[in-house]
Write a protein that binds this ligand. Structure first.
Ligand code: KG4
Ligand code: ZN
Length: 344
């Protein structure tokens, strides 16, 4: 068994977790997540404020996670070092390196999106490869075929806005608070389908495998459709219908692209991850669409769908067991491809 401390500071959550495990058998000993509410008043994450808030919170958050875990030893520390806000990432990376140096244990840099891939497996032992993965967060939208841990075939991504970003921008247009996803979902649930309809972006019946838009998605046109709808006469009374039409279009698109990947690779499992995987309408639509193919759809709980250090510790365990560690000059990067990419 290996005991790993995970640290996550890529955006606006300061998080630490302790996990004990071997292979796919893991025991989450503690998970502390401190969300920086300050960004709500600005309607989005302010990088400078995020970095400073991480700096204040990191030590107490790690100490709390260590205390709750009551672990007699830590074998390695895993930390998100890309992608994300560089100033925010650097707080976690610097802390993790100092921690590792002081204890003479390895530090392992983890790619934030690889962490999201592992999140569901923390709660569900069946959410392991091979599977089709749809990662939908505030910064990324990735469709992957996961043959095995560490073997990721990138099939599609967003060409503009990430799914969560689209939810947040639409929320702003509808006068809803940040982060907007849950508010848009709630408002959409109060309206019936069909009174308003937006086109499904980048979904055409004549698309074929090999076309470069077969798996990619794009949400900026949909956002413009929402903007136009909010300017139409009587729009103020139709916010529910607009939210519903937006969410239906976005979900239909994600479900269609995921179903294509499931079909092409013959997978029996779909794993969802990232903050937008909190959207129960998305999870239900995915399940309904894939049930006839006997495909199981796994989504993490809200606590593990959004940014957390448990998923980082879990991905770190995978690399540690393969003898992979980072040097003490480990750096932070705003963007970086997910490691372990195989040819599409
Ligand atoms: O993964 P995450 O916590 O942070 C990033 O790495 O970006 O995702 C945050 C995103 C936000 O855009 C938020 O609006 C969205 O997840 N989100 C949702 C829901 N809950 C959170 N989007 C749609 N429906 C939800 N229920
Ligand atoms: Zn994330």
């Amino acid at each position: 068994m290996t005991c790993i401390l995970g640290i996550e500071t890529s955006c606006d959550e300061t998080s630490a977790a302790v996990l004990d495990g071997s292979g796919n058998t893991v025991d989450l000993k503690s998970l502390v997540i401190l969300s920086q509410d300050v960004h709500r008043i600005f309607g989005g994450v302010v990088p400078e404020i995020a970095s400073r808030a991480h700096l204040t919170a990191i030590h107490p958050v790690v100490q709390k996670a260590l205390g709750e875990a009551n672990a007699d030893r830590i074998d390695a520390v895993a930390v998100t070092n890309a992608p994300g806000l560089v100033g925010a990432l650097l707080v976690g990376v610097s802390y993790a390196k100092a921690f590792a140096f002081a204890r003479d244990i390895p530090v392992i840099g983890v790619h934030h999106m690889e962490g999201h891939l592992f999140a569901t497996a923390l709660e569900n032992p069946e959410a392991v490869p091979p599977f089709t993965a749809l990662l939908v967060s505030g910064g990324h939208t990735l469709l992957l075929d996961v043959e095995a841990w560490g073997h990721y075939r990138l099939l599609g991504k967003t060409r503009d806005d990430a799914a969560g970003e689209a939810f947040d921008k639409v929320a702003k247009l509808l006068g809803l608070p940040y982060p907007g996803g849950p508010h848009v979902e709630r408002l959409a649930a109060q309206s019936d389908a069909g009174s308003l309809r937006f086109a499904r972006p980048m979904v055409r019946r004549d698309q074929q495998h090999g076309d470069d838009d077969f798996y990619d998605v794009s949400f900026s046109g949909l956002k413009t459709a929402v903007l136009n709808a909010t300017k139409a006469p009587g729009a103020a009374e139709r916010h529910g219908a607009i939210a519903r039409a937006f969410q239906d279009s976005l979900i239909d698109t994600l479900v269609e692209k995921t179903a294509r990947a499931v079909r092409q690779f013959g997978r029996g499992r779909v794993v969802l991850g990232g903050g937008v995987a909190c959207n129960q309408t998305l999870v239900a639509a995915m399940r309904e669409r894939l049930a006839k193919r006997n495909v199981q759809v796994f989504a993490p709980s809200a606590r593990l769908a959004t940014d957390n250090a448990a998923m980082i510790a879990r991905a770190g365990l995978f690399h540690f067991e393969r003898g992979i560690a980072s040097p003490l000059d480990l750096n932070a990067f705003a963007s970086q491809p997910i490691p372990g990419l195989v040819a599409a």
